[in-house]
Design a protein around this ligand. Structure first.
Ligand code: EPU
Length: 339
């Protein structure tokens, strides 16, 4: 029998630190735990919520649901069969992402250094295709093992199946609610090349002729620590909004009106706008609305000072999005999953 906790407090299971209770919660430490929880009569008819580190969710109230707290451990390395040009690192869904980044670097397998210090678990990383400083998970990815609730079986989903996009994947669209990821397999090419395309990272490493993965990791950690609040100190979920994609025509019109607009050309000819810049220019940086607010060093990050609710945060987020839309004609969309 799975160990069901009734009316389980979730404050320590979401990095915003919102108070909410789960009708039932189960610590899932193995695939057997998962199967037992799903087969338990108490789970019948209840919606299912899967939580990793809770670093990309907004809890808006108590969850009349069975919450699976994914804590499956594991770390295994093998070389790819096709010529052994990469290491395949398979990790349990519950492993801490940053611990994994550090461990692969220490074990002589570079490739994840640009993704250092991203909060959350390995199992949550594919959901939004985590990315930072010029690298996205999909560039270091082989596949996931997941329980397919529709098929009633464990399945393997490869890079194509996961259908990754910018902060997006199958798991946020057609596969939402269908798959429960239990393990992730990363693909770390042995022919490692540093990725220094992100201007701020290159500047941080200035003076280093050929930085190794550990040096890049250290630089990423330094930048993130300066700009992003530590969830252990201040409730947050990293970037709250995605950087919006607009057509070249719209971007050029905006640039004419606002010559200091920050935008990035995309391979398909469209442009990504810096949502942090848009929000900043609307005057929201550092603004508080009671217990919730906008971080003072990065306008893309919403914060919870304590004693607030997810609903308050969403109200502030809507006000920000409406203001940006009225001023720039662009709708910015939240990145976290709202529960
Ligand atoms: N900017 C402002 N004011 C602000 C914030 C940003 O003017 O308050 C400007 C900056 O000056 C810069 C531009 O906006 O020119 C972009 O800012 P930054 O380099 O900080 O990156 P970002 O677009 O805000 C994205 C990711 C981060 C990731 C960094 C580095 C998204 C939604 N966010 O932020 O990801 O760490 O790039 O790659 O794509 C996350 O997803 O939680 C996250 C932190």
């Amino acid at each position: 029998m799975a160990d069901f906790h009734e009316f389980y407090p979730l404050r320590r299971h979401n990095t915003f630190g919102f108070d909410a209770r789960a009708r039932f919660a189960v610590h899932v430490r193995s695939e057997a735990d998962l199967s037992a929880a799903l087969a338990d009569p108490r789970a019948e008819g209840l919606p299912l919520v899967v939580l990793g580190g809770g670093s990309n969710v907004v809890l808006t109230g108590d969850l009349d649901a069975l919450v699976l707290l994914m804590e499956i451990p594991g770390y295994q390395v093998e070389a790819t069969s096709e010529g052994g040009d990469a290491w395949l690192v398979t990790v349990g869904a519950g492993e801490n992402w940053n611990v994994l980044v550090n461990r692969t670097i220490a074990d002589g397998m570079p490739g994840l250094e640009n993704l250092a210090l991203i909060p959350g678990t390995a199992g949550a990383a594919p959901i939004q295709n985590i990315g930072a400083y010029g690298v996205e998970l999909r560039e270091r990815f082989a596949g996931v093992r997941a329980y397919d609730r529709q098929a009633g079986a464990f399945v393997w989903l490869d890079l194509q199946d996961c259908d990754f996009g910018y902060r997006d994947s199958l798991f946020k669209r057609a596969g939402a609610g269908r798959y429960i990821i239990t393990a992730v397999t990363l693909r770390l090419p042995k022919g490692w090349q540093p990725v220094l395309s992100y201007g701020e990272l290159a500047r941080e490493l200035d003076g280093q002729a050929s930085p190794d993965a550990a040096a890049i990791r250290d630089a990423v950690v330094a930048i993130r620590s300066r700009k992003l609040p530590d969830p252990a100190q201040l409730g947050n979920a990293g970037s709250f909004f995605k950087n919006p994609l607009v057509s070249a025509t719209q971007r050029n019109a905006l640039l004419q009106a606002h010559p200091d607009l920050v935008s990035y050309a995309q391979p398909d000819g469209s442009y990504k706008l810096a949502a942090g810049w848009l929000i900043d220019r609307c005057g929201f940086k550092g603004v508080s609305d009671g217990p919730v607010g906008v971080y003072g060093k990065q306008a893309l990050v919403l914060v919870h000072h304590g004693g607030g609710t997810g609903a308050m945060l969403l109200a502030l987020a809507n006000r920000i999005a409406d203001t940006v839309q009225a001023r720039y004609g662009v709708r910015i969309e939240p990145e976290p999953v709202v529960l």
